[in-house]
Structure formats: C-alpha cells, structure tokens
Design a protein around this ligand. Structure first.
Ligand SMILES: [Zn+2]
Ligand SMILES: [Zn+2]
Length: 252
C-alpha cells in the first residue's frame, strides 16, 4: 500500500501545511481518510487519478477534516470514467442531507450513480477486494450529545494482510487513544499530533504494538524547527517515528 499525506496541518492552514487528508492506494484503487481543503487540489498536484477513489472515510465533522468535500464531489462528478463510484462515509446523522443542500445551492446535483453517502457506525463499515475498514469510536468531541461522532479507522490491506490505524483527532487528555493499539499488533499507526501533550501520550505510545508511527495533523509547535524536538521526544519509542509533511509518500 502506498500512503500519501496530502494535507498535514491541524485546524488552520499554514504556509507549508494544509488541512487534513491522507490518500491510501492499493491495487488499482485509492481511498481517502478525511477531505480537508484543498484536498482535490493536492490530489491534482500529485497527479492522482480521482476516478480511482472508491471511498472517503471522514473521521469527524470538523471543517479541517471535511471542508474540501464539496470541491472533491464536484470534480468526481465532472470527469467520470466508466465504472467509477465513490462511497462517502460521514460520521454524523444529517450531514449527508446538509451537504446535499449546500451542493445544490452551488448548482452541483449529487449523482447517485457516482456518489453514495453512508453513516459511520462502530465496527466494519466497508469491504471490497482490496481493503476492509473498521470504524473505532474515539471521543474528540466529548460535549456532543450524540455518541459516537468521532472515529479512528482500522484499514486492513487484503493482499498483504497488513493493518494500520488512523486515529483522526483525539481529546486533550488522550483518554480516547485507541486502546486496541496496546493489545493488538499493527503494521502502522497514523496519529494526529495537535490536541494532547506529548508527555501525556508518551507512556501509551511506548506500550503501542506498532511497527511504525507517522504523525500527521501536526500542531504549530512541531512545525519547522519544532519537528526535531517532537522526534527527540519519541527517541525511546520501540519503533521508528516520522512527522509527515504535505505530499510525503510512505510505503506500508
Ligand atoms: Zn483537526
Ligand atoms: Zn477536530
């Protein structure tokens, strides 16, 4: 599987980093986790074929994770190829209807032959010949009256049997760090790096049974010269750690 961290910033764009979106490619298909703006433009700069995007998994309905979805839908519908279809997984009830109204206001009708919406619920939400995806509840919006509305995603690549977990955003005290990471082996952990203190998180990171950690959704303090401080704090973790930049490519 090839992984491209398209946008790697937190809630604000910065000079070098845009909002969250990560592309996972395997076989002839590709999948997005989150679609922060300007996701479609970053795919264009990387020369990606949008018609291959089978599914978009949104971790939660904060703008920096879903703000690029209207442009993405517009482009998917504008240049369709035979057999193309993209399933968009949104984690809040009513989000698909609201999005459809906003698209309609911009004169973009949703074409069901190309775009489908599904509500995320805990457990397996997607499977095709390439991957299966499990939604794992987190608690990034703890004041939400409806639970759960924020999710990590566990993606299993069927050809290799390799498995990764993409956390999405977590809460500031790190209580919703997916506990499965300390019980089961993962080939890769893709973890946000904005909302919590590294000193709070380090004991759980050290217990995590992953072969590798890639930080994305990078907080301001770790941008630029801060990156070496971040990696220094992780120097005793039992696996290699990287801080992603916009457009970086990794192999699983
Ligand atoms: Zn965020
Ligand atoms: Zn968020």
């Amino acid at each position: 599987m090839k992984i491209t961290t398209l946008g790697t910033s937190h809630g604000d764009s910065t000079y070098c980093r845009f909002n969250s979106s990560t592309l996972y490619e395997t076989g002839a298909a590709s999948y997005l986790v989150d679609c922060g703006a300007p996701c479609e433009a970053l795919l264009c700069r990387k020369g990606k074929d949008n018609s291959r995007i089978r599914a978009i998994f949104v971790t939660h309905m904060h703008d920096d994770h879903v703000g690029g979805i209207t442009e993405m839908i517009k482009i998917l519908e504008k240049y369709p190829k035979p057999g193309q279809h993209t399933s968009i997984f949104l984690p809040e009830r009513g989000a698909a209807e609201a999005l459809t109204v906003w698209l309609s206001a911009m004169h973009i009708p949703v074409k069901p032959e190309l775009i489908g919406f599904s509500l995320v619920t805990p457990g397996e939400i997607y499977s095709d010949e390439n991957i299966s995806v499990e939604a794992y509840p987190t608690d990034h919006i703890p004041k939400s009256p409806v639970k759960p509305v924020t999710f990590a995603y566990i993606i299993t690549e069927k050809a290799s049997g390799k498995r990764l977990l993409h956390t999405g955003d977590l809460w500031v005290d790190f209580h919703d760090y997916p506990e499965i990471l300390t019980r089961e082996h993962f080939d890769l952990l893709v973890c946000e790096a904005t909302h919590y203190k590294q000193s709070t998180a380090a004991p759980l990171f050290r217990k995590t049974l992953a072969d590798r950690l890639i930080f994305t959704h990078i907080g301001n303090e770790w941008h630029g010269e801060g990156e070496s401080r971040l990696l220094g704090l992780c120097a005793d973790f039992p696996y290699p750690v990287a801080a992603a930049h916009d457009g970086d490519e990794f192999e699983l």
